[in-house]
Structure formats: structure tokens, C-alpha cells
Design a protein around this ligand. Structure first.
Ligand code: PGA
Length: 257
């Protein structure tokens, strides 16, 4: 059985001191939930402090982006080893990075290769726009994104990665995909594409999250779907009680608690 993974993507929210307060509120209650992988992804400047506060706990820390070069004259960028010093995870190819910062399947692929190269677990985001969905192109689009992201990556690495299916129209809108819709794309498109590329064992090992307006009110229903292995949580991860509730409901939905 795949261990569900709930990751909080704080996006561009929380100063380092605010991040400390949020983590302080999360540490004890999160420790009580076993059998779920728990990760928080603060903005870069809060990462060292959050990592220090979470040392010795079973809550992982992730960055929200990364550059692929190991070092050099790349003003403003953050290198894989710099992230690895504090983090186990890194979100790659979030739709906001693709939409506002020009990331493509090719840059996403380079970042994944670099992340794996330093022992980071990439959380790779894919998902379609409303326009693509309404014109019936979701499956083709997501398939292309998955293939582009995984180009040249070895099977044993793929099995350890995380993919997050995040329909763009569901992100930050309050309008989540239905559990059935999410399950369909995750199982019949993302996992099926990985199966066609790498075979059944890799496809069955890969953990695939759903993301987009997951909140306490819909978490249990979404996480009860067998192909959905957790969530990438934006807005609701900024409130300790909401994030905790989503983690607890995921454990319950998977029959862990
Ligand atoms: P949301 O964001 O939960 O605020 O919709 C999810 C994400 O972008 O990862």
C-alpha cells in the first residue's frame, strides 16, 4: 500500500517569524497522526528556521522551486545543494511557475533531474487549464506533461517521486475537482501514462496527489479514492487547524486512523 502524503504549499505567504508561529501550532498535533507523510513547503527565507523547528519530528520540509545548475552566476536563483541542506522535498513545475515564470515541460525535466541528483524528492505538478478541460483536451495535455517531465528518468527514481495532479481551474478558486474527476485523471491518465512508460510496478509505487481547493470540507471524500495518494494543499495549509484536519481526514479515509 502507498503511504499517503499531504504537503502544504505555503506559496508566497509567511515571513520567517510568522512561519515559526504556524509550525509551532502544528508540531504536536501533527506528531499524533501516524501513517501519513507530512510535509510543509515554506517560502525560501523561512525554510532554514522551519527545518530547524521540525528537526527530530516526522514532518518533512520542502522548497517550492529550485534552479537546475549546481552553482554560478544565476542571480536570484537557488541551487539544488542549497535546498538539500535543509529539505527533503522540492515542488517542481507548479502551475503558477509555468504560468507566471515561463516554466515548460523541458525546464521542469531539467529541474527534476537536478533534484534527484542531490537526493531531493521532487513533487512534480501537472494539470490543465479550464480552456483545455472544456475543449476535451485534459487527457492529452496531462499525458504530454507527464511524459515531458519524466523524459530520461530511470524507473527506480520515478517510483520514489511524487506527482501532484492540480487542475489549474481548481487552484485557489474554492472549486475543487470532484473526487471522481480527480480519481479519473490520476488513475486513467497520470498513473496509466507512467505504467505505459515504466510498467506496472513503478506505476503502482508512484504516489500521486490531488491539489486544488482541498479543504477540511472535502478532504475525506477526495482522499477516500484509491488512486489518490494525498494532497498538495495551498490556502488551507496556512491555517494550522485546517491543515491538521486535512491530514487527519486523509489518515481516516485511507483506513489508517
Ligand atoms: P489551493 O492551492 O489549495 O489554494 O487551491 C493548491 C496548490 O496550488 O498547490
Amino acid at each position: 500500500m502507498r503511504t499517503p502524503i499531504i504537503a502544504g504549499n505555503w506559496k508566497m505567504n509567511k515571513t520567517a517569524s510568522e512561519a515559526g508561529e504556524l509550525v509551532a501550532a502544528l508540531i504536536q498535533p501533527l506528531a499524533a497522526v501516524k501513517g501519513v507523510t507530512k510535509v510543509v513547503c515554506p517560502p525560501f527565507l523561512a525554510v532554514p528556521q522551519v527545518a530547524q523547528l521540525l528537526q527530530g519530528t516526522d514532518v518533512g520540509v520542502g522548497a517550492q522551486d529550485m534552479y537546475w545548475e549546481p552553482s554560478g552566476a544565476y542571480t536570484g536563483e537557488v541551487a539544488p545543494e542549497m535546498i538539500r541542506e535543509f529539505c527533503d522535498y522540492v515542488i517542481i513545475g507548479h502551475s503558477e511557475r509555468r504560468q507566471y515564470f515561463g516554466e515548460t515541460d523541458a525546464t521542469v525535466n531539467r529541474k527534476i533531474v537536478a533534484a534527484l541528483g542531490v537526493g531531493l524528492t521532487p513533487i512534480v505538478c501537472v494539470g490543465e487549464t479550464l480552456e483545455l478541460r472544456e475543449s476535451g483536451r485534459t487527457e492529452d495535455w496531462v499525458t504530454t506533461q507527464v511524459k515531458g517531465a519524466l523524459e530520461g528518468i530511470a524507473a527506480e527514481k520515478v517510483a520514489e517521486m511524487i506527482v501532484a495532479y492540480e487542475p489549474i481551474w481548481a487552484i485557489g478558486t474554492g472549486l475543487a475537482a470532484t473526487a471522481e474527476d480527480a480519481e479519473h485523471v490520476i488513475g486513467n491518465v497520470v498513473r496509466a501514462t507512467v505504467k505505459s512508460l515504466y510498467g506496472n510496478d513503478v506505476a503502482e509505487a508512484l504516489r500521486i496527489q490531488y491539489g486544488g481547493s482541498v479543504k477540511p470540507a472535502n478532504a475525506e471524500e477526495i482522499m477516500s479514492k484509491p488512486d489518490i495518494d494525498g494532497g498538495l494543499i495551498g490556502g488551507a495549509s496556512l491555517k494550522a487547524a485546517d491543515f491538521l484536519s486535512i491530514v487527519e481526514q486523509s489518515a481516516k479515509a485511507k483506513g489508517i486512523a
